[in-house]
Design a binder for this molecule. Structure first.
Ligand code: NAD
Length: 464
């Protein structure tokens, strides 16, 4: 990659930026090349722009440098990975000091998790912005893809850069925008091709420039937002909407179990109404987005009177966080029917990931289920096709599905991985010692389960 000092892009006209994009004069650094950052960096490189990926994870950098594509559960990017490395459009480093001076577009895809008290943790983002503010070339553009609270760019990130010794002024020496990522893990390739992008810059010129750049790379609809904070508010609103609606069906699920009503029949019927949006009950809501996004919105309101009256979001979190305990209650009830208790029984968990078909256990409800079963002194066995024979949540996972369920006292389906869909209930009935099946994801045909002689419980599956 060329060592030339990078071009000032923030004062470009739209025509000039188009030319720079065609001639590869937009030089990109993506900081944080994890689940979102790596596919993003590969997409930029694949559009012909020289791209450097930066990450503090030395093992990841070593893996990429040895030609090993790390995101096995994000298909389609493996080919792009090979191509952009071969044609020298993409390389990676742990050294931000090397990458930033060679770039004029810096994309931040750093993690924004929360601490054990559910307070959002922006330390990675802040520490990187502190480092890059010393290294940034005048005329550079920063795009924050990480999920952040509305106002975080304006109130936290810009002052860090402006107060640095370089004394760069926003809008004059550098510019900044947010383009909050909305892709779904496991589906990033197809989402990148179809999902519109939200772009909010510190000024309309920046919004236009970033929209032009992202349209060049992704060729999707660009939604121009009035500013950074409105773009971040839109990202959070879409995800919190889901968290709340899942909590709503989870509450109904527990009620319907008691009323002898099958929630699946209810949802099927509601789905026929044009303005109903179906969400499904389950073992809980995990992952790097939904739970954290709800706490990010709550955190935004913390200094306001009555915490901005965000009662529904708080209640939704409580309900969704209680669901793993409800799963264990269903288990205990079913085992009692079989004359057993959780203590001393061999309980199999099918699935650890927080969502189907991805290798990701961040905030997975599986963890709370395992902790509760440990407290109740169950013998736990875990099978997940994405986590074979390794230690997860202080338990060694199994490598073979049939061996795992053989002689078990109960099986809980925690994640609806494709591998678990379509399993004949008779298989459980013939292999297990006690035929207790808890379906926390609504993937088992209830009547087939009953016919096979299973003692069956499912979330929201009353009246069956
Ligand atoms: N994964 C998702 O489903 C998803 C979807 C939309 C948005 N997001 C958001 O995108 C952002 C990134 O999420 P992700 O899932 O890709 O996270 P990730 O943990 O998969 O990747 C983050 C990467 O940043 C690296 N990193 C951490 N600190 C660093 C530092 N100081 N310097 C350089 N690299 C550092 C980590 O080593 C890791 O490789 C988050 O804000 C997240 O909320 C995630």
């Amino acid at each position: 990659m060329s060592q030339e000092i990078s071009k000032n892009i923030i004062s470009s006209t739209i025509d000039e930026i188009r030319k720079s994009l065609k001639s590869g004069q937009v030089k990109v650094a993506v900081i944080g090349i994890g689940r979102i950052g790596l596919p993003t960096a590969l997409s930029f490189a694949n559009s012909g722009l020289p791209t450097i990926g930066v990450d503090i994870n030395a093992k990841l950098i070593q893996m990429i440098n040895s030609g090993d594509y790390p995101l096995k559960d994000e298909p389609e990017f493996d080919k792009i990975f090979e191509n952009v490395i071969k044609n020298k459009k993409f390389h990676v480093t742990t050294d931000i000091g090397d990458a930033i001076p060679k770039s004029n577009l810096v994309i931040l895809s750093l993690p924004t998790p929360m601490d054990k008290n559910n307070v959002p943790d922006y330390s990675a983002l802040i520490s990187v912005v502190k480092s890059l503010s010393k290294l940034l070339k005048p005329g550079s553009l920063i795009v924050v893809e990480s999920t952040i609270e509305p106002g975080f760019v304006e109130n936290e990130l810009i002052p860090i850069i402006e107060n640095n010794e370089q004394k760069l002024k926003v809008g004059k020496d550098f510019s900044i925008a947010t383009c909050p990522e909305t892709a779904n893990p496991g589906e990033i390739s197809s989402d990148f091709k179809k999902l519109p992008r939200l772009v909010g810059g510190v000024d309309p010129r920046t919004t236009d420039l970033v929209s032009e750049i992202y349209a060049h790379v992704f060729n999707v609809e660009m939604i121009k937002m009035p500013d950074c904070k409105t773009a971040n508010a839109a990202k959070l609103t879409a995800n919190v909407f889901r968290d709340i609606n899942i909590a709503f069906v989870n509450e109904l699920a527990i009620l319907f179990e008691n009323l002898g009503i099958d929630i699946m029949k209810v949802l099927e019927a509601c789905d026929k109404k044009y303005n109903f949006e179906t969400h499904y009950p389950g073992a809980g809501v995990g992952g790097p987005c939904l739970p954290i996004n709800s706490y990010q919105i709550l955190n935004s309101a913390r200094s306001m009177e009555n915490n901005g009256m965000l009662r529904i979001i708080r209640a939704a979190r409580e309900t969704n966080e209680s669901m793993p305990y409800h799963v264990v209650e269903l288990l205990s009830d079913a085992l009692n029917e079989a004359g057993k208790s959780v203590k001393g029984s061999t309980i199999v968990l099918l699935g650890l990931s927080y969502k189907p078909n991805v290798r990701d256990v961040q905030l997975s409800p599986a963890e709370a289920i395992i902790r509760r079963l440990d407290q109740l002194e169950a013998k736990i066995k875990i099978y997940d096709p994405y986590f074979k024979s390794i230690e997860v949540f202080s338990h060694k996972t199994e490598s073979d599905f049939i061996n795992t369920i053989t002689n078990a006292d109960a099986v809980i389906i925690v994640t609806a991985h494709n591998e678990f869909r379509g399993i004949e209930p008779t298989l459980f009935a013939t292999k297990m010692k006690t035929p207790v099946l808890i379906d926390a994801r609504g993937i088992i045909d209830v009547h087939a389960a009953k016919k096979a002689g299973l003692i069956f419980r499912g979330i929201g599956r009353g009246g069956i």
